[in-house]
Design a protein around this ligand. Structure first.
Ligand SMILES: [Zn+2]
Length: 264
């Protein structure tokens, strides 16, 4: 690190748990962030400010006026632009050292697998179950840690699936694709603006902890927040011995008709 980097990251370096070694690990790391909306905004801001070396951000959408209430990486003059381009411009102003690569499309199939394989860690900040399951399958396949968050109305949740460890549960163990999941539409459900900030900031924190190897992560736990009362609940996650994704069985059929929104 040069003198400017030592200053820029000094408040991390002063933490004995992180120090120069931890900061060097962040500078050398590559995070794949899928979703540049409510959750992706704070995730991207904190990861770039923290000096994550490379951030690949994927999102197909364009900014519109209804996004600005909570998607704080975008500005009023971003309306009509691709979200990934607007996010890249904001992040560059915060930390020009973080290399931001953008993918302005909904990632799936071979492209998703290629992106997951190239990253050290994946943050799921998407808004639909089909994509969440596709990301999970790729993370299982390439043994990449997955930091998953969701927020709708006043309800938030966050979990880590550290798939480098074969004993870890995967997203499918928790939310089977054939499960009875309530269909939610973000356009009519609403989402409390700071909720995505709370959950997104926690996703960034878990990502930084995993990349630097410090502390105890949320692997094996699901935290659920009711922002109306600010009460947290913690649920222990168990690997499903019958999970078709992480236990090596046949991959279940994806129900493409289910269109749920969790990121707002
Ligand atoms: Zn599983």
């Amino acid at each position: 690190m040069d003198d400017n980097q030592l200053l820029r990251y000094s408040r991390h370096i002063l933490l004995p748990e992180i120090g120069i070694d931890g900061q060097d690990r962040l500078l050398a790391s590559h995070v794949l962030l899928i979703g540049a909306g409510g959750l992706g905004a704070p995730v991207s801001l904190y990861l770039a400010a923290s000096g994550v070396g490379k951030l690949t951000i994927c999102d197909a959408d364009e900014d519109d006026l209804t996004n600005l209430q909570r998607q704080i990486v975008h500005y009023t003059d971003s309306i009509g632009r691709k979200k990934v381009e607007s996010a890249r411009d904001t992040l560059k102003r915060i930390n020009p050292e973080t290399r931001v690569e953008i993918v302005a499309q909904r990632v799936a199939g071979a492209l998703l697998e290629e992106l997951v394989e190239s990253a050290d860690l994946v943050v799921d900040a998407t808004d639909n179950f089909a994509t969440r399951h596709a990301i999970n399958r790729a993370c299982v396949r390439f043994a990449r840690p997955l930091v998953s968050g969701a927020a709708i109305r006043f309800d938030g949740q966050i979990s880590v699936f550290d798939l480098r460890d074969p004993a870890s549960a995967c997203y499918h163990c928790l939310f089977p694709e054939s499960g009875e999941l309530e269909e939610m539409r973000c356009a009519v459900m609403g989402v409390f603006a700071p909720l995505v900030g709370i959950i997104g900031a926690m996703q960034a924190a878990e990502a930084l902890k995993i990349l630097t190897g410090i502390g105890e992560t949320l692997n094996g736990k699901l935290l659920m927040l009711d922002a109306l009362t600010m009460q947290w609940r913690s649920v222990r996650l168990r690997k499903d011995p019958a999970c078709p994704v992480c236990m090596g069985g046949e991959t279940a059929q994806v129900d493409q008709s289910r269109t749920s929104c969790q990121a707002g």
